[in-house]
Structures are given as structure tokens and as C-alpha cells.
Design a protein around this ligand. Structure first.
Ligand code: SF4
Ligand code: SF4
Length: 326
């Protein structure tokens, strides 16, 4: 398989800029890495998961659904150029596959698929995490995977689209280190996954008492950061905004940690107490989603544990649950 140096890879990606709307990890002035277009900052491909919610490319924080004028409704249209999204991790790609399934079920969400259809996904894995940390190899859920051996990025197509992209490489050299990197990926620790699964079983068996959630909720300051970064959080609210003669309908991310999340027009609020909302944040991913979708909807991207200012991200809570009730 062919491999490229980082500089060659950056040139290769830039060569797609006329055919695609390219989104890749870039560094903001404060050092934050986000998925954005290349005019937003310098490329920062190595470094592991981007700080921002990676699925926001298809499900942005604020999205116009339609604009209504007298006698006319203008729906959101598909993009003029397909998106080429580079820099998801294996966990992000799993999260995206789950989000695709979510938005396609029962009612197909055109606003999401206006951006997602035709999009090309490129995962980064291998020795290109923060400070050279090894990132799990995805093996799928993307079109092309770039597996870093520490020096070079091996181009591993995962779909026909990925094969066509890889075939456009004009430079590059043969690289035989993929099998060794795959063995390293297979031997990565599974402790976090084991804890999450044990916590999921406890919740499904209803073995976690209300006092636990009251205690955890006492530490939540409702900053909503956990929801804002989570690639599988999909809740949104809808509002209308008058713009001259027109009215635009938008959707905006919501957070289950906010007091008004489920408040109804009557004032009744089925999640009016903080411990119920905290329980829901964890229970939804570890118990409700396995029942509905057949799998836990946390793919251990690590973001909520990274951003929670009070240390109650999902891994921390799952670990505590298993320690006390497992
Ligand atoms: S680790 Fe946290 S942010 Fe990441 S998928 Fe799981 S719940 Fe979401
Ligand atoms: S990040 Fe932590 S403190 Fe903030 S809303 Fe989420 S759980 Fe609560």
C-alpha cells in the first residue's frame, strides 16, 4: 500500500479543494483543534480527536430548516459541493455511523442528509494521536483510512470511493507496516469498554439507586459541555425568527442537562429534577439505546470526560457505578 509523509498528505488533501468542500482538523489561535474549512486556520492533522463535536459537520449547532415568505417556502437545499471530511477517529466514525442510522430511521431527516449524502469520510489512525499516542484503527465506517506508522500515513481504502481517491496519489511509496499496526490496534486496552458494558448491565437490571443520581447530579453545574461535544447527542429544539418580510425556521442543539429540556407548554416537566436529567444523560446511552438500537451509543470518544468541569463524564460515572454496585 502507498504511504505519504505529512507534507505530501496535506498537499494531497488540498488537491481536492475544487471538487469538495474540505473539512479537516485545524488549529485555532488558542490551540483548540476543530473540524473546519482550511481558511479558518492551519491544518493540524495529528493530535487525536478534535475538541469539537465531529458530527457537527452534518448536524451543526444552528441550522436553517426553511425560509417562508408570503406565498413561498424555500426549503434548505443540498450542498453545491459534497463534503470531504478528514480527521475523524475510529470512535468518531462509529459515532457517525450510529448518527446516520438515527437520522435515517422512521423519518428520514433531509436537513442532515442534505450534507451527509455524497460526503466522503477519511479517518486518521495509528501513531498520530496526541504526543504520538496510538489511535485505534477503524477498519470501516469510512471511505479511506490514513494509518500513521509514526513517519508516514498509509492509505487504506475502505470503499470504492476511497479506492478512487487513493488512486489519485501521484507521489508516495510502498509501505508494508499495516499488518503490524493492525496487531498493535487489536491489542489496545479494552478496560473502558468493559466498564461501560458492566455499567450498562447494571442500569438495565435497575441496580443503581436514586441516591446515586442525586449525588452525581449535585456535581453538575448544567454547563451543557458534555452534550455540546458528544458526537452521538442529537437533541435539538426549533424556533422561528423574523427576518424582514420572511420568517426563517432554525434548529438548535438542545441539552438534556438544562431544566427546560422537556418542560411542556402546560408547565409540567417530566424531567424537572436535576438528578432525573443526570440519570437520563447516562441511562439514555447505556440502557435506553441498547434496547432500541441494539448497542450502547457511547463510542468512548473521550470528549465528555475531557470537558466536564466537575469530573462526571460518562466514563467517570460508569466507573463509579461499577465500583459501588458491580
Ligand atoms: S465519551 Fe462522552 S462524548 Fe464521547 S460518545 Fe461517549 S458520551 Fe458522547
Ligand atoms: S459537562 Fe459536566 S457539569 Fe457540565 S452539564 Fe455536563 S455533566 Fe454537568
Amino acid at each position: 500500500m502507498k504511504s505519504l509523509t505529512l507534507a505530501e498528505l496535506e498537499d494531497f488533501l488540498r488537491s481536492f479543494a475544487s471538487a469538495y468542500d474540505l473539512r479537516a482538523p485545524i488549529a485555532l489561535p488558542d490551540g483548540t483543534r476543530v473540524l473546519a474549512s482550511l481558511d479558518q486556520g492551519p491544518l493540524a492533522l495529528p493530535g487525536g480527536p478534535v475538541d469539537s463535536k465531529p458530527t457537527n459537520v452534518f448536524f451543526p449547532q444552528l441550522d436553517r430548516v426553511f425560509t417562508a415568505r408570503p406565498g413561498e417556502v424555500e426549503m434548505q437545499q443540498s450542498l453545491s459541493k459534497p463534503l470531504l471530511v478528514v480527521g475523524l477517529t475510529a470512535e468518531d466514525a462509529e459515532s457517525l455511523a450510529f448518527t446516520d442510522e438515527f437520522f435515517a430511521s422512521e423519518f428520514r431527516d433531509d436537513i442532515y442528509f442534505n450534507k451527509r449524502d455524497q460526503a466522503v469520510i477519511i479517518v486518521l489512525s495509528g501513531r498520530c494521536g496526541k504526543d504520538g499516542a496510538f489511535l485505534k484503527i477503524a477498519g470501516g465506517n469510512c471511505d479511506l483510512e490514513l494509518v500513521c506508522d509514526g513517519q508516514q500515513y498509509i492509505l487504506v481504502p475502505r470503499t470504492e470511493t476511497g479506492r478512487k481517491l487513493a488512486a489519485r496519489v501521484e507521489v508516495g511509496r510502498e509501505n508494508t507496516s499495516l499488518p503490524e499496526l493492525e496487531r498493535e490496534s487489536d491489542s489496545l486496552p479494552t478496560e473502558d469498554r468493559d466498564i461501560l458494558e458492566a455499567a450498562s448491565r447494571l442500569l438495565q437490571q435497575d441496580r443503581v439507586p436514586e441516591e446515586f443520581w442525586r449525588e452525581i447530579a449535585d456535581r453538575c453545574i448544567a454547563c451543557t459541555a458534555c452534550n455540546l461535544v458528544c458526537p452521538t447527542c442529537t437533541c435539538f429544539e426549533v424556533f422561528d425568527w423574523k427576518e424582514g418580510e420572511a420568517v426563517a425556521r432554525y434548529r438548535l442543539w438542545d441539552s438534556c442537562q438544562l431544566a427546560g429540556f422537556m418542560r411542556e407548554a402546560s408547565g409540567h416537566n417530566p424531567m424537572g429534577e436535576e438528578h432525573i436529567r443526570t440519570r437520563r444523560r447516562i441511562h439514555h446511552k447505556l440502557a435506553a439505546d441498547p434496547t432500541r438500537w441494539g448497542r450502547i451509543s457511547c463510542f468512548l470518544c473521550g470528549r465528555c470526560d475531557e470537558v466536564c468541569p466537575t469530573g462526571i463524564g460518562i466514563k467517570a460515572v460508569a466507573r463509579e457505578m461499577v465500583r459501588r454496585y458491580g
